[in-house]
Design a protein around this ligand. Sequence first.
Ligand code: GTP
Ligand code: MG
Length: 157
Amino acid sequence: MDRSNAFVLVGCVGAGKSSLFQALFDKDEPARKTQAVVFEGDRGVDTPGEFFSHPRMYTALIQTTADVGTLVYVHDGTEANFRMPPGLLSVYRGKRVVAVITKTDLPDCDADRAERLLRRNGFDGQIFRVSQADPDSIRRLRSELLPSTTNVRETQS
Ligand SMILES: Nc1nc2c(ncn2[C@@H]2O[C@H](COP(=O)(O)OP(=O)(O)OP(=O)(O)O)[C@@H](O)[C@H]2O)c(=O)[nH]1
Ligand SMILES: [Mg+2]
């Protein structure tokens, strides 16, 4: 399967990857703890936070995402620390890399702080802000990551 147009969500446990994944693909099952890599056809991949946080899982993460065109780093907007494993982004040279700051609806979310954190750590891609409570924020991101959503439905049915 050609996943060069697909995106993969990576980021810490609880960052909001699966909630975002479900919303991007317009599903309404609540996100449960992700136990394994989840593929949505040739358009998207969701990964468990453990892949990102545990060095012994990097090989699995890198193999899973090798053929995917866009890497999406998902950062919890309430989180003041940057836990991106050193060197991880350089593995993805040649891919489009974007970041998403989640949970902007929460009072302790500080999206500006999160954005500064990413920039300070050398992240120079596009940064999006989303909230599960703001459908427009999801729509904006969907139009970037899934430019032809109608085709997704057609190929799946
Ligand atoms: N308030 C609020 N809560 C959110 C948002 N996005 C996710 N959450 C909550 O954050 C928690 C973790 O969300 P998940 O989507 O399961 O996180 P994950 O990154 O997939 O976590 P793992 O699968 O363990 O790696 C859940 O309780 C979600 O309901 C958001 O935009 N706003
Ligand atoms: Mg998950």
